[in-house]
Write a protein that binds this ligand. Sequence first.
Ligand SMILES: [Zn+2]
Length: 352
Amino acid sequence: MIIRKITTALSTLSFLLLLPALVLAQGRVVESDSHRFEEVAEGVWLVSGTGSVFTMSNVMVLVGEFDTLVVDSHVTPAAARALLDSLPVITDKPVRYLVNSHYHFDHAHGAQAFPEGIEIIGHEFTRKKLNGELGNVLEENTFKSFSDPVPSAVANLERQAAAETDPARKARLEERHRVQRDYMNAIGEVEPTPPNITLETKMTLFQVVADGSREIQLHHFGRAHTGGDVLIYLPQDKIVFTGDMMLPGLAYMGDGHVDEWPATLDGLLTLDFDTWLPGHGPVMRSKETIGYFQAYLRDLWVKTSQMHSSGVNFEDAAQQIDMSNHSQNFAQIRGAGVDPRAIRRIYQLLDE
Ligand SMILES: [Zn+2]
């Protein structure tokens, strides 16, 4: 009994002594001017922009004993250069691998800024898209629908800043204008850069770390947000980087396979993880969101199919389809109407 008490006291003591170290390893945040690095586990960082450079998406950085692996490259070479210039705040190990979660511009158009000779790993479909084999990504609807409005947004911000009389608000508007103008100019520099190593369903890398090796699994469980989504899974840390296949909110569906997406998310759910890092947004712990999103996708497919078979055109269908029965799970849903790019895409799949 006494021994037991002492043991308990000792383990409580050692727990308290360990606690600061645990907090340090799992919650450490380091910033450069342009980037915020959050250490999710030892050597595993979720990286986002601070706002001084337009980055548009998250990056994951895995620091090993001899090298660094980066997942995704932001929206422009300029944003990627700011990332690479910031890496010394967390490591001096050189970048050896860049992994593409998928081909979309906001995750892949920084690749050309990475050092010559590094390996870029992505799905076969991602290579075909960024290689131009399936058409020029700079001319497709997704890239254009996000990038074409940028010049008018820049002009608007310039006008608003000029008209603002409150000094603090004026300064904020001028800063936003500068960031968006730099982004606009950086778009012109983009040369889509494909992966030089591809996978079809699975690849595993073993990165040397201080106490052994870190297993890095790349999985393609099927089509979802694009035709080539890759999840990056770290079994030892029970962490998965989901890209845009799974976000805290509703993902863009303009290149999606909404009919196949829920089954692909079942693949994600077969992995043993307790933390997921999305392509946009904060570190996530809840798996409930994944089930909610599967339900949304299935419902959207049914509702859109009904509109399609009734002969309603996609623009009208996008205004009429009401997904507000999911609004308690997704705050961005406010009444009827969905992104017309999603409905156009589903119509395209239904017409195939
Ligand atoms: Zn995307």
